[in-house]
Design a binder for this molecule. Structure first.
Ligand code: NAP
Length: 292
């Protein structure tokens, strides 16, 4: 990650809004570069660099938190009414700051079902699910805010502490087989590193407002589960056909199986030159296996 031409250092103050799985990884990494990173969550915790922001309960950070902020990363999904929690509550505040950059973590769900075809940033989003339509509306609102925003569309996020290994350990695994169905995914470290790469090379790279961050190899869920069982030296349970399994799936779980797409990372990895740390699920899961 060290880059002598790095434009990121102690002079930069990041607010990470929504410090869950991805936000936390980002905050830790950006601090290692010498930047200040304050993080939000909805409840109090012992971290001195953390503050409370809860749009649903109207808990707003105090003004001091925003002093000297140069960069913001929002990792908060739309609220139950489809509003963006950050823009709903903090838009005026943010537009009055002198921000160099704002990042927004979105989802590749906005592309809808491509029946297994590749999809890229230049394709028109065709959200299938209500929640994806809400997400697309939030993306539009970020773009129209006039803030220097960059939107990152993400497929399934995994990493140490949140992967198929946890599902196996917690006996929440379902081995489902559906012909020709694939999923795209991304290791949490690549979300962070790709964003940092783009920031560090901001002056030399063309600015793209919407960027997919996905690995190179969309594949079936069975391949992923089988690989985990192999690493654990355990035998994978027999797959159940989707038509059988779906009766027991929650509506949200079913909805994921209704969409089949391969998310292209060509803009990020070919045009902009980012090199993935974990270019496929095998490399990424090996990292989870060794760190869980
Ligand atoms: N997980 C995936 O596979 C996936 C895939 C594609 C895209 N995404 C999207 O990418 C983003 C980051 O994902 P993630 O899995 O890292 O997120 P995550 O772990 O679920 O964290 C979400 C964060 O948002 C905060 N938050 C939620 N509602 C809020 C509200 N109304 N007001 C203030 N804060 C609120 C949460 O607060 P607390 O810390 O208090 O809970 C948490 O810190 C999210 O927008 C997610 O929807 C996720």
């Amino acid at each position: 990650m060290k880059n002598p031409a790095s434009s990121l250092d102690y002079k930069n103050k990041f607010l990470i809004l929504g410090c869950g799985f991805s936000g936390n990884f980002f905050a830790k990494t950006i601090r290692q570069l010498g930047c200040t990173a304050l993080t939000s969550s909805r409840s109090e915790n012992k971290d001195l660099n953390s503050f409370i922001f809860d749009s649903e309960n109207g808990i707003v950070p105090n003004n001091k938190i925003f002093d000297g902020v140069t960069h913001i990363l929002s990792c908060i999904p739309p609220d139950k009414n489809g509003n963006d929690p950050v823009l709903k509550i903090l838009k005026n505040k943010l537009t009055n700051l002198s921000l160099e950059w704002v990042g927004y973590l979105s989802t590749t769900g906005v592309y809808g079902n491509t029946k297994g075809d590749w999809v890229s940033e230049i394709d028109q989003p065709k959200p299938l699910q209500k929640r994806s339509q809400k997400r697309l509306n939030c993306e539009k609102e970020w773009i129209e805010s006039g803030l220097p925003v960059q939107i990152f569309r993400l497929p399934g996020i995994y990493g140490p502490g949140r992967s198929t290994f946890e599902a196996i350990k917690n006996r929440k695994i379902r081995v489902i087989s559906k012909k020709n169905q694939v999923f795209s995914r991304i290791h949490v470290a690549d979300i962070t590193n790709a964003i940092i790469y783009l920031l560090q090379n901001k002056d030399s790279l063309k600015f793209h407002q919407i960027i997919n961050i996905a690995d190179d190899e969309p594949c079936s869920q069975i391949e992923v589960i089988q690989y985990c069982y192999d690493l654990l030296s355990l035998r994978m349970p027999k797959p159940i056909l989707f038509e059988e399994a779906k009766k027991e799936l929650s509506p949200i779980a079913q909805s994921f199986w209704m969409e089949n797409r391969r998310v292209s990372n060509k803009l990020l990895c070919k045009t902009l030159g980012y090199k993935l740390i974990y270019k496929n699920y095998k490399l990424g899961l090996k990292n989870c296996f060794l760190n869980s």
